[in-house]
Design a protein around this ligand. Structure first.
Ligand code: GLA
Length: 723
């Protein structure tokens, strides 16, 4: 039993793998938080409720005693009833007031976690549904909690319900409130930009609100929908760490608030900026899920909790643990400038390298000779691709390889047949000039007829051609937020309706093509979020394919996302983004810490390159299972040092790899010890590169001394196994 209700104290204990979450229903029917952290026995916890406070604290509505919401740690913070923290919910009743007071009315324990209709979420087992209702206005909320026996996370979300006979406006509808004791924390975020995704930033917690958000109708490269709350000074391996990862792809916010009670309250979900949802009588509104992780073993422990949770319960089950295509993508090799002959030559040139999939990137459809035209016209451009798609696909197949194709389904070019026929499909306010981005507009996914067009156009290509792989791109963010399909009073539903429209087309395209492997992309990794991973088992991590910069991007991405979700390619040098030259072997070693591939013009390969690529792919295949399914241990952080080291250890702790990278070579400063992590100290490991057996204890306590070759950007890799 993972969920226990003790009726005498009205306390709920939710036990996960190594965690416990506890709260109780107080005498006023308010669910009050007690504890979230390492697994504890089901002791009575009432002594921790302190109820401090002073004269400016208000009472509970209608009860002139000393107890008020502001002194409690409710499971949901509400507005207008004496709690001045960031509310989790704010409604506007038909009469204009914004007050609600949700109290406990009952609960259900479900053996199986229900899915959220129309939105991706984790699957899972036992789930507590806590029912709350306002006795006066018919507003109600169901708080969902799911714990897992194989991951140290709890999944939470709320369904808001209007049980009144009149509409209510939801002005804010976050997914959770969680109070953490004390304020001695640092906040960890993953900020970035195009080609600089998911870099780590730590800031001290303070009184007031620390918040992150996106107003882009996309989870964005600017700030990933994740917030870490770290005990001050927590490291990769030490300290208590809480993680908050939102399973959502549109505008969001996450906030941590240092309140005068001495606690830190975390909340968030769908962004309430530019949001109001009209909830008609009898209607309900489901929030996206927040996945809250706990680790007593530092940031690394939290990451492994997320990796397990997302691999086991969120990412497309058909593909999460299967070997990935080892592909050649033509984008950096040709950009828009290709012909059938050129592509066939790229395919010919990979013969013998072990590369097994060819992915045709942007430029194959409509009048797409550059990025100013063609988006929306998902019809092959036979002028460019002589013989059509089929000829190329057949050729790729004749070489024993699989075929992949690029789409950008959510977009429309002004210079396209689609735009000429349906200018109204593009997002924008009639009569007002729209913003371009990469010379393109966005399709209004809030409208059913637009979604139907996209699904039909993409599925037609996929059904008419034997395609095994799709790269789904998204190269700009929403501007001119307005839909011709929504009445004026519903325009502020746009950002969330965009997300629902996106999930709808993903569902209808991904599910209609179960034989196809889908990769996500967003001008690099600008929509790298848990919701997208539900459909796309891997996502292009960044348009920055420079091995040096990738160490930081991949390190930061792994804070939440497993290596199996990161698409990483070996590209040409000098690198197209940074102009830097790094060794071929280094590029492969860094790119092989993920779902790998190549992205260059292989017709420039020398025999030596081809032989090197063949060796690289052979090595990758030999440890692909480890990369996809193993436990990640980050050892050296390239954002803080001249080194980047990561180890991946199999679940049974019998095999491991360790990759060490040194950025700058230097004279007389070369001795670097890298202490392995994650091994079983009692087991003995054969270290292939040393031709020597060492105990896990020695490998972890003393470590290894990688002998980097002279020069910059060098790697050393170790393979270890129990024989
Ligand atoms: C984005 C992607 C690239 C490539 C181009 C094509 O930038 O991230 O990998 O597909 O679009 O236009």
């Amino acid at each position: 039993m993972s969920i226990t209700f003790v009726s005498e104290s009205r306390t709920f204990y939710l036990d996960g793998k190594n965690i416990t979450y506890a709260f109780f229903i107080d005498p006023h029917d308010i669910p009050e938080h007690l504890y979230f952290g390492a697994r504890i026995p089901h002791d009575d916890l009432m002594h921790i409720r302190a109820y401090g406070g002073g004269t400016f604290d208000s009472t509970l509505p209608g009860e002139d005693t000393h107890v008020g919401y502001g002194l409690l740690a409710p499971e949901i913070v509400q507005y207008g009833i004496g709690d001045y923290r960031e509310p989790c919910v704010q409604i506007q009743n038909a009469g204009g007031d914004r007050i609600c007071d949700l109290r406990f009315t009952g609960f259900d324990i479900l053996p199986q976690k229900p899915a959220i209709p129309g939105m991706p979420s984790m699957d899972g087992g036992e789930t507590l549904v806590l029912h709350l209702a306002d006795a006066l206005n018919g507003f109600a909320a169901d708080l969902y909690y799911t714990v897992y026996d194989d991951a140290d996370v709890i999944a939470r979300r709320i369904v808001y319900r209007n049980e009144a006979s009149v509409p209510v406006a939801l002005r804010r509808a976050y997914s959770f409130t969680l109070s953490l004791p004390g304020q001695d924390y640092e906040i960890l975020t993953l900020y970035g930009a195009w080609a600089k995704e998911r870099h780590m930033e730590r800031i001290p917690m303070h009184h007031g609100v620390v918040s992150i958000d996106s107003k882009r109708c996309s989870s964005s490269a600017s700030l990933n929908p994740f917030m870490g709350v770290l005990s001050t000074g927590a490291t990769e391996t030490t300290g208590e760490v809480f993680g908050f990862s939102l399973v959502y792809s549109s505008s969001y916010t996450l906030k941590a608030e240092g309140y005068h009670t001495g606690e830190t309250t975390v909340t968030g979900g769908i962004h309430d900026f530019d949001f109001t949802w009209q909830l008609g009588a009898g209607e309900s509104f489901a929030t996206p899920e927040i996945v809250i992780a706990y680790s007593s073993e530092g940031i690394g422990g939290m990451s492994r909790a997320y990796h397990d949770a997302y691999r086991n319960h969120l990412i497309n089950k058909r593909y999460v643990n299967t070997n990935r295509p080892l592909l050649i993508n033509n984008w950096e090799g040709t950009y828009f400038n290709f012909s059938y002959e050129k592509l066939a030559a790229i395919v010919d040139a990979v013969e013998g390298t072990g590369i097994d999939t060819f992915v045709l990137d942007d430029g194959w459809f409509g009048k797409r000779d550059n990025d100013r035209s063609g988006l929306g016209d998902w019809i092959v451009n036979e002028n460019k691709l002589d013989g059509g798609l089929r000829r190329l696909i057949d050729y790729v197949h004749s070489k024993g390889m699989k075929f992949g194709l690029w789409f950008e389904p959510e977009m429309i070019s002004e210079d396209s047949d689609l735009y000429r026929a349906h200018p109204d499909y593009a997002i924008g306010v009639p009569g007002r000039p729209r913003c371009y981005c990469r010379h393109q507009y966005m399709l209004d996914l809030t409208r059913a007829e637009v979604r139907d067009y996209i699904v039909n156009a993409v599925n037609t290509i996929l059904h008419e051609n034997p395609i095994e792989y799709v790269k789904w791109d998204y190269n700009r963010n929403v501007t001119d937020n307005f839909s011709l399909g929504l009445p004026a009073e519903r325009q502020m539903e746009f950002a969330h309706r965009y997300a629902l429209g996106l999930y709808d087309i993903c569902e209808r395209i991904v599910e209609a093509n179960p034989q196809i492997f889908f990769e996500g992309c967003s001008g690099g990794g600008a929509r790298f979020d848990p919701a997208m991973l539900h459909y796309f088992p891997q996502i292009w991590t960044s348009d920055d394919s420079d091995a040096e910069e990738r160490t930081m991007i991949q390190y930061g991405t792994s804070i939440v996302y497993p290596l199996s979700s990161m698409a990483c390619h070996v590209s040409i040098c000098p690198n197209h983004q940074t102009g830097r030259t790094t060794p071929f072997a280094t590029r492969a070693d860094i790119a092989h810490l993920g779902a790998t591939g190549y992205e260059l013009d292989t017709t420039t390969f020398t025999d030596e390159d081809r032989a090197a690529a063949a060796k690289q792919t052979e090595e990758y295949r030999a440890c692909q299972n480890l990369i996809l399914q193993g436990d990640l241990y980050r050892i050296d952080n390239p954002m803080e040092s001249n080194f980047f080291s990561e180890a991946v250890v199999s679940k049974d702790k019998n095999t491991a790899i360790l990759l060490c990278y040194r950025r700058m070579g230097s004279v007389n400063n070369d001795v670097k010890r890298v202490r392995m992590a994650g091994l079983d100290p009692a087991k003995r490991y054969y270290v292939r590169e040393l031709d020597k057996e060492l105990s896990g204890a020695v490998l972890m306590q003393i470590g290894l001394v990688p002998r980097f070759a002279r020069g910059d950007f060098m790697t050393v890799k170790y393979h270890m196994e129990v024989r």
